[in-house]
Structures are given as structure tokens and as C-alpha cells.
Design a protein around this ligand. Structure first.
Ligand SMILES: Nc1ncnc2c1ncn2[C@@H]1O[C@H](COP(=O)(O)OP(=O)(O)OP(=O)(O)O)[C@@H](O)[C@H]1O
Length: 626
């Protein structure tokens, strides 16, 4: 047969031109594409073999062979798959069948045509080889028989096709590399690309390497990957090695889960929870799981498979339910990934629950590092509230600085008649531990959770109720503890001043502090302290205000309510003085100092520390002179 010359379809030519002149920097993906095509061709052969026994046999095992000639800048990729007839070659390599490539071209007509990054996003299959080759020869013998054909193109608008001598079934692709791309003929370069993208291709990938004058065929890819094997075949070290390879973390993982899911979207996965926080835990935006489709690496960090609040999880998911050249955009729209994600999330949360039940110490070590991140889930994943609520831990008025309590334990040891879960927000354990807000609750033996992570203010906005128990802030709104718990005899309040005796003093507070506070009220929550500040029911807590300020989102300071303790001797004395008509100026000073101490005890700064110190000194001076 003579050599025929054919022009490429217009779209194909457009694509070729782009490839030939591509400025895309990640050109190495061409090898991934060619290996993936070769692996597909072997897949197709194996599928047909089941029903058709007349296919040409191969003496070699089903495999992909790579060889190169550094001197001549030649790279060859050969497979013993199904191969192509003349018509198939012309159809497949002259037109654009691949849906990913079509999408790529559509995108190009809308967007800047020079946007070379699109190439990487779409993975344009066979044609990407023109990024590195000045001439490509494809020789193929179909396993169905007939004669072998050779297709040759330099990517300049046309290709030639003619019969050729090829005795073995399958396809051989010879790339004549451009001078500036000759590195792709180097063994080390080939090895590293295969390792990176095609390590888990089902069929062996061999590289012909010359050592001491002899050619050796060395296998580059692994055999069946850890996640595709039966769990029982894997050893602990297999998982540990996989973890290190995909996470770049040299420490052992805390735990892993191997999933083989049948169902609607079948997939295999291995997910890992690290034992230590990665350095970029709070800043990372490249979280995700490594996604494989038919053993081909599609995305190293597939965000669609993992919610942000599990961004510390590393792992691999493999499914055959997606097309190979799936683009990032398609990944985002794909409806199968959310189903996989849901199951992965469930599995990780269950694994953590199991850990907390079986080895609480280990779990708490995990929680100390990752707890705050996990809590973000309350805001973003309402579906998982129940599971997450079993995983959160808190410090409290009963745990001490190093301990933790779960919701479950809190409820188990709640006080008599207690129907709410009490909490207090603040910036640290030390800052809340001695808060005046705690006094009435502590004296009744009621435990108060300390929400002292910056994320807690958001956590509480998304999780206001645990089962039948409302979460109740003790630093906001009214608090009524009547009948709850039991007040110990020696902690009972000393006698309160009758309300009418406090009217004058309350008025004084109101006038003097008009610019700073919203209201003055008689407190039910104080025991030792003379006064404290509370936000109203829907107001912003002092901690929230500080966080907003620190992140540059201050809405101005909200005024809080000053509560005074009617049983405190200082308040009683001041009320008496006021009622006796003691000079206003002195009383004003006391009122100011009381307000400022209330600010300090909730962790807020006083407006003018110098004035505060002077006032305090004056009062101490007066007291010491008595
Ligand atoms: N080594 C090969 N053996 C047999 N057929 C091949 C080989 N390489 C390519 N082909 C054929 O050429 C077609 C075009 O390949 P190309 O890489 O452009 O897209 P694709 O492989 O179809 O894309 P996708 O991988 O998304 O299906 C393939 O569908 C296949 O039919």
C-alpha cells in the first residue's frame, strides 16, 4: 500500500497547533496520557478476550514497555493491547473523540487562547505528546487481525498513513523529541514521571535500561496498590509506607481506615489521621485526597473528597466511576464525588469515636492538636453534628487545666434538676477559671464548660442545643438557678441588702457609667465578687468582641450590663453611704474602680490604666489610714 496523506479535522489542527507551540510548563503529563491510553488498550483487550477467542495472542505478559535513545532524542512507548486498524487510527488520531479534549477546545474559544494552564486541567490525551515531540510515529496492529499501519505526523496540519511491518499486536508510539525536550529520554526523568503519575497502573510498566552493556527491563510501577488489595493481605508497614509516600510526613500515622465500598458508587480508599499537626494546618488550602481513576493519578489533592474541617486527613481514593481525563471543573460538578466524600467523612469520624472509646489518652492527644479544626465542622457540616458532638471535648470548672470533659460525661454528672449545659467563653483557661460569672454555679456544684478556643464563638453559633439540653452562656442574659443543684451551707450568700436600699446606689452607677454600660441590675450569679459585666441575651460576648477586633472586623464596642452583688459587703456599705448622703466625688471614684475591676475580671482592658492605678492607690491609701 502506498503512503496516504490526510489533513487533520479543523478542530484537531487547532489543538495540534496549540500543543506544538505550547508554553505550558508541566509538559511531563504527556507520558501519563500515553501510558493511560496504553493501559486502556490492554483493558479493552482483556475485556474482548472474554468472548472472542480469535484475537491475536501475545507471547509477552500484558504490559507497557518504555525505551529511549538519548543520543537520538527518541522515546518509545509500546503496549500489547487491542491495537488499532487503519480506520481506527484515522478516526482516533485524526479527529477529536475524547470528551475532555472537546471541553478543552470549547473552553478555549471562550477564554484567552494563550491560557496554557488549561492543558493541565483537561489532560488532552494523545495530542499532548506534541508538546515535547517534533514528530510522532504510531505503529499499530489490531488484535482482530488485518495488516499493521503506521501513522506519522509532525503536527503541521497533516499526517501520513501506510502499511508497515509489525508482527506483534498492540501499539508502538515513537516520539522524536524536540531538542529542548530531550530530557524526556533520560532514564531518571522517565522513572520519576512514572512514579509520580502512573505508579499504580494495573499493568507492569517496564523501562529498558542499559547496564554494563546489557539491556535490562526494569519494572517502574508498583504491583497492586495497598488500597486495591484485600485488607487481610496488607501489613501494618504497607499502610505506613503508603502514608509516608502520600503525605510527606515521616512520622507514623495515628490511625488509618481501609474502605472497600460496593454500593452505588464503588470505590476503594485508605485514609489516614496523622499523629502530629502539619505545619500548615491553619493556613493550608490544598487539602484533599489523592484521587485515582483506573490506577491513573487524576488529582493529588482532590478537595471534593474531603471537607475542610478534616483537612489534616491524608489518603487515597480510587474509583472506576469517573472518566479518565476528568477536568477539575468536571470534578467540581460531578455528583459521584460527594457520595464518596460522605462515606469517607463518616468513616473518619467513626474511627475517631472508636479511638476515643478504646484509648482515651491517645484520643485526647489527637484532640489537643486537631480539636479546634474539627470544631469548624459544626459550622460547615450540619449533617455530622451528632457525630462531631461525640468527638468534642472541653475544659471546664471541674476538669482542671489539663483535663477534658465530653458532652456525655457532662450530662452524666449534671446537677439535680439541671436542664441546660452551662458555658463561659474566654481567651484562656486562666482567664475564665476565676471569672465572677462562675460563682453561683460553682457554689451549687454545677459544672461550667470553658469555651476558650477562638473557634468556640462560631461553634456555639452553630450548635445551640445538644440533644434536649440547650447550651446556656453564663455571661449573657438572665440566669436563674432556683432549684438546680444544692448550695453548700458555708457557701450560701450572706444576707442581701433589700432592693429599696440599693436604689440610690444603682442610680449613681447609671449616671456615672452612662457612656460605658447599658444597664445596672441586681445580680443572681455572684457570690464573692461585688460586680460583673454581662452581655444581654443576644449581645456579643467580650471574647467575641476581642476576636472581631483582632481580625479587624470591629463593629464598635457593645455596651454590657453591670450586675452588682446585693449580698456583698462593699455594695452594702456603698449603698449605705449613698443613702446617708456621703460626698458624691468619693463615691464616684468607687463606682469607677468597681466598673474597671469588672472589666479586668472578664479579661478586657481598662480604658485608661494610668487613671485606674491612681484611683486604686487613692482608695488603698484611704483604707490603710484607718
Ligand atoms: N496505545 C493505544 N492503543 C490503542 N488505541 C489507542 C492508543 N492510544 C490512543 N488510542 C486511541 O486513540 C483515542 C484517542 O486518544 P486520546 O488520548 O486523544 O483520548 P482518549 O484516550 O480517548 O481520552 P480518554 O482517556 O479520556 O478516554 C483513544 O480513545 C483510543 O481509541
Amino acid at each position: 500500500m502506498t503512503k496516504e496523506v490526510h489533513s487533520f479535522q479543523a478542530e484537531t489542527q487547532q489543538l495540534m497547533n496549540l500543543m506544538v507551540h505550547s508554553l505550558y510548563s508541566n509538559k511531563e503529563i504527556f507520558l501519563r496520557e500515553l501510558i493511560s491510553n496504553a493501559s486502556d488498550a490492554v483493558d479493552k483487550l482483556r475485556f474482548e478476550e472474554i468472548t472472542n477467542h480469535n484475537l491475536i495472542k501475545s507471547e509477552k505478559e500484558n504490559s507497557i514497555s518504555i525505551s529511549s535513545d538519548k543520543e537520538k532524542h527518541i522515546l518509545i512507548i509500546e503496549d500489547n493491547g487491542l491495537g488499532m486498524s487503519k480506520e481506527e487510527i484515522m478516526n482516533n488520531l485524526g479527529t477529536i473523540a475524547n470528551s475532555g479534549t472537546k471541553k478543552f477546545l470549547e473552553k478555549l474559544s471562550e477564554q484567552d487562547k494563550k491560557d496554557s494552564n488549561l492543558i493541565g486541567q483537561f489532560g488532552v490525551g494523545f495530542y499532548s505528546a506534541f508538546m515535547v515531540a517534533s514528530k510522532i510515529t504510531v505503529e499499530s496492529l489490531s488484535a482482530h487481525g488485518g495488516s499493521a499501519h503506521k501513522w506519522v505526523s509532525t503536527g503541521d496540519g497533516s499526517y501520513t498513513i501506510e502499511e508497515c511491518d509489525k508482527e506483534t499486536r498492540g501499539t508502538k508510539i515513537t516520539l522524536e523529541l524536540k531538542e529542548e525536550e530531550k530530557e524526556f529520554a533520560d532514564d531518571w526523568r522517565i522513572r520519576s514521571i512514572v512514579k509520580k503519575y502512573s505508579d499504580y497502573v494495573t499493568y507492569p510498566i517496564y523501562l529498558a535500561e542499559t547496564k554494563d552493556g546489557k539491556v535490562e527491563e526494569n519494572r517502574l510501577n508498583k504491583s497492586t496498590p495497598v488500597w486495591a488489595r484485600n485488607k487481610r493481605e496488607n501489613k501494618t508497614e504497607d499502610y505506613q509506607e503508603l502514608y509516608k509516600q502520600i503525605s510527606m510526613d515521616w512520622r507514623e500515622p495515628l490511625l488509618w481506615e481501609h474502605m472497600s465500598v460496593e454500593g452505588l458508587v464503588p470505590f476503594n480508599a485508605v485514609v489516614f489521621v496523622p499523629s502530629e499537626a502539619p505545619f500548615d494546618l491553619y493556613t493550608r488550602d490544598n487539602h484533599g485526597l489523592h484521587l485515582y481513576v483506573k490506577r491513573v493519578s487524576i488529582s493529588e489533592k482532590c478537595k471534593e473528597l474531603l471537607p475542610e474541617y478534616l483537612r489534616f486527613v491524608a489518603g487515597v481514593v480510587e474509583t472506576d466511576e469517573l472518566p479518565l481525563n476528568v477536568s477539575r471543573e468536571i470534578l467540581q460538578q460531578n455528583n459521584k464525588l460527594p457520595q464518596i466524600k460522605k462515606q469517607v467523612v463518616k468513616k473518619v469520624l467513626t474511627a475517631l469515636q472508636n479511638l476515643s472509646q478504646n484509648d482515651n489518652e491517645k484520643y485526647l492527644n489527637f484532640y489537643k492538636v486537631f480539636g479546634a479544626v474539627l470544631k469548624e465542622g459544626f459550622h460547615f457540616d450540619h449533617e455530622q453534628h451528632e457525630a462531631l458532638s461525640e468527638l468534642v471535648r472541653f475544659k471546664s470548672s471541674k476538669t482542671g487545666k489539663d483535663g477534658y470533659v465530653s458532652f456525655k460525661e457532662y450530662i452524666e454528672r449534671r446537677a439535680d434538676a439541671q436542664r441546660e449545659i452551662y458555658y463561659l467563653t474566654g481567651s484562656s483557661f486562666d482567664a475564665v477559671e476565676r471569672s465572677p460569672h462562675l460563682e453561683a454555679l460553682t457554689s451549687r456544684g454545677i459544672e461550667v464548660l470553658f469555651l476558650i478556643d477562638p473557634i468556640d464563638e462560631w461553634f456555639i453559633m452553630s450548635y445551640a442545643k445538644h440533644g434536649e439540653y440547650n447550651l446556656k452562656p453564663i455571661h449573657k442574659g438572665e440566669i436563674d438557678l432556683t432549684g438546680i443543684g444544692k448550695e453548700s451551707e458555708d457557701e450560701k450568700k450572706s444576707e442581701e441588702a433589700p432592693a429599696e436600699q440599693l436604689v440610690g446606689l444603682i442610680d449613681l452607677f447609671r449616671t456615672k457609667l452612662a457612656n460605658d454600660i447599658k444597664e445596672v441590675k441586681i445580680s443572681k450569679r455572684l457570690r464573692e465578687s461585688a460586680c460583673c459585666l454581662v452581655a444581654d441575651e443576644n449581645g456579643m460576648s467580650a471574647q467575641m468582641e476581642r476576636i472581631m477586633k483582632a481580625s479587624g472586623q470591629s463593629f464598635g464596642e457593645s455596651k454590657r450590663i453591670l450586675e452588682i452583688n446585693p449580698a456583698h459587703s462593699l455594695i452594702k456599705n456603698l449603698a449605705e453611704r449613698k443613702n446617708k448622703g456621703t460626698e458624691e466625688t468619693t463615691l464616684n471614684e468607687w463606682v469607677e474602680v468597681l466598673y474597671e475591676t469588672a472589666l479586668l475580671s472578664e479579661g478586657s482592658p481598662v480604658k485608661n490604666p494610668g487613671t485606674f492605678a491612681k484611683r486604686l492607690t487613692k482608695i488603698m491609701e484611704m483604707a490603710s489610714g484607718k
